[in-house]
Design a protein around this ligand. Structure first.
Ligand SMILES: NC(=O)c1ccc[n+]([C@@H]2O[C@H](COP(=O)([O-])OP(=O)(O)OC[C@H]3O[C@@H](n4cnc5c(N)ncnc54)[C@H](O)[C@@H]3O)[C@@H](O)[C@H]2O)c1
Ligand SMILES: O=P(O)(O)OC[C@@H](O)[C@@H](O)[C@H](O)[C@H](O)CO
Length: 450
């Protein structure tokens, strides 16, 4: 066991574990096992632990399903098991810590610092100062790294696999901010001895359904309570140092690069921005999945326009990527729920959509109308759901939107997702125009304002 993972969701099992298994299969004596901890609840750990971590990965193409057994997951823990967490960090053979804790899991403010006003963060500072257990992902990293430093077992690499630009730098910043609040000397050790690796991750992996479990039973003849369904496409691009070694993920197709930014921009600005557009515009039309929204002519036209706005400011070629995305989004056998993608828009839109608008403004291009359409659709979505569960970062915004007209709603929303956007006034006008024009067709949005 040489990798510790935090956030045992579907994606880590379709991506990190799949690449690690591929490296192990080609690696001879060099084997890397993963010990994974759930992010928030024990629920995901229990069924997997009962299967000794072994599960079926079902690769779903338009033509059919191909099952593979993944056995690189060698230990599964409830995330609350802080003793086990610290114990792994103390081991010299553990060289890599990976994370999939969602964008919101990094607990940062819009300028990238750790959000010290977040009650869970404040509690972590108190608990860690008193030697207690941490609640948040940054808190757990600080706790684990403190155990490693005290054990004297040397440098280690932290690898974020969440959809955030320069996610290694993001992870480093929140970890150091929290460590400094707990113990300055620990923060200095982290600065010196801990490597933070940035990665671009890509593989569309929806939440597993009961129907998927039944298909796995039929295909394999085995009862698997934790299978994962994913698409055939997969990409992983990494940039950073691994002072205590790493699996040879490149033999399974990963790329090690010196400049990650062009890759992550292309992926976030085409795929993830496209997903967010389809989620908000598709849900407003009463649609449920990415494939359904992609088949809707209006959503499709807006998506193509969004891609064209992004392409103007991307440096890598986009034609192959958009061609692949058209096929990936059209794969109706992958039932990727729009409601899942729509969550936490306040944290996702800045990096997926607003970053493109900013880049266009910087390049002297008109800020995007399709991007403004996504923001308008997000505002209307927020007005139709319970923000406390679907987008905790936007609860305050959702309250302030009530009773306001289009221009004020546009301004309020942009204050949250793009406070420093160049030519924000022009963008806000586009958002307000679309809020005024588009009335959501779906009945659950009947209460939304014109
Ligand atoms: N599913 C995909 O297609 C996909 C593709 C690329 C990247 N990702 C990245 O992986 C993340 C997880 O996706 P998933 O499909 O595994 O989702 P999931 O719902 O299956 O799992 C989410 C995981 O994150 C943990 N988590 C959630 N909120 C947290 C928080 N505030 N603090 C700590 N842990 C938290 C959960 O406990 C769980 O382990 C995404 O948010 C994204 O950043 C997902
Ligand atoms: O997983 P999230 O919540 O960050 O975003 C939802 C999707 O856009 C995302 O999961 C994509 O499917 C994924 O990034 C594809 O690689």
């Amino acid at each position: 066991m040489r990798i510790v993972h935090l956030g045992l969701g579907a994606f880590a099992r379709a991506h990190l574990l799949w690449y690690t298994q591929g490296a192990n299969e080609a690696g001879g004596a060099e084997q890397w096992g993963v010990a994974a901890f759930t992010g928030r609840s024990a629920a995901a750990a229990e069924p997997l632990a009962r299967q000794d971590g072994r599960y079926t990965l079902l690769v779903r193409s338009p033509e059919g399903d191909a099952p593979t057994t993944i056995d690189a997951l060698v230990a599964v823990h409830d995330g609350a098991d802080a003793d086990a967490w610290r114990e792994y960090f103390r081991r010299p053979e553990v060289g890599v810590v990976t994370l999939t804790v969602t964008e919101a899991g990094y607990r940062r403010t819009s300028d990238g610092a750790l959000d010290r006003h977040d009650p869970a963060v404040a509690l972590d500072v108190e608990r860690l100062r008193a030697g207690g257990d941490a609640l948040t992902a940054p808190g757990r990293l600080v706790d684990g790294l403190r155990a490693r430093r005290e054990a004297g077992t040397g440098p280690i690499a932290i690898v974020s696999c969440d959809n955030l630009p320069d996610n290694g730098r993001v992870t480093r910043r929140v970890t150091l901010d929290l460590a400094s609040a707990v113990d300055e000397s620990l923060a200095r050790w982290i600065e010196e001895d801990v490597a933070f690796v940035s990665t671009m991750v890509d593989r569309i992996t929806p939440a597993t359904t009961d129907a998927d479990r039944a298909i796995v039973r039929k295909l394999t003849g085995r009862e698997d309570r934790s299978p994962v369904v994913t698409e055939p496409f997969s990409e992983w691009v990494l940039d950073g140092e691994f002072p205590a070694g790493r699996p040879r993920w490149e033999v399974a197709g990963a790329q090690l690069v010196d400049d990650l930014e062009p890759y992550e921009r292309r992926k976030l600005w085409l795929l993830n921005a496209g997903h967010s557009l389809l989620a908000y515009e598709g849900l407003a039309r009463g649609l449920s999945t990415v494939a359904e929204a992609f088949a809707d002519p209006d959503c499709r036209a807006d998506l193509e326009q969004l891609w064209s706005e992004a392409a103007d400011v991307l440096t890598l070629p986009v034609d192959d990527a958009t061609a692949a995305l058209r096929a990936r989004f059209a794969n109706a056998r992958i039932e990727h729920r729009l409601a899942q993608i729509a969550k936490d828009g306040s944290v996702k839109l800045p990096v997926r959509v607003m970053a493109v608008a900013q880049q266009r403004a910087t390049a002297g291009l008109p800020v995007g109308r399709a991007a403004a359409g996504v923001v308008a659709a997000w505002i209307q979505h927020l007005e139709s759901v319970d923000a406390s569960t679907s987008d905790p970062g936007a609860v305050d915004l959702a309250e302030r939107l009530r009773g306001q007209g289009s221009s004020t709603r546009a301004d309020l929303a942009l204050d949250l997702v793009a406070p420093r956007l160049a030519r924000k006034d022009v963008f806000a006008r586009h958002v307000a125009e679309q809020l005024a024009v588009h009335r959501p067709a779906h009945p659950t949005l009947a209460g939304a304002r014109p």
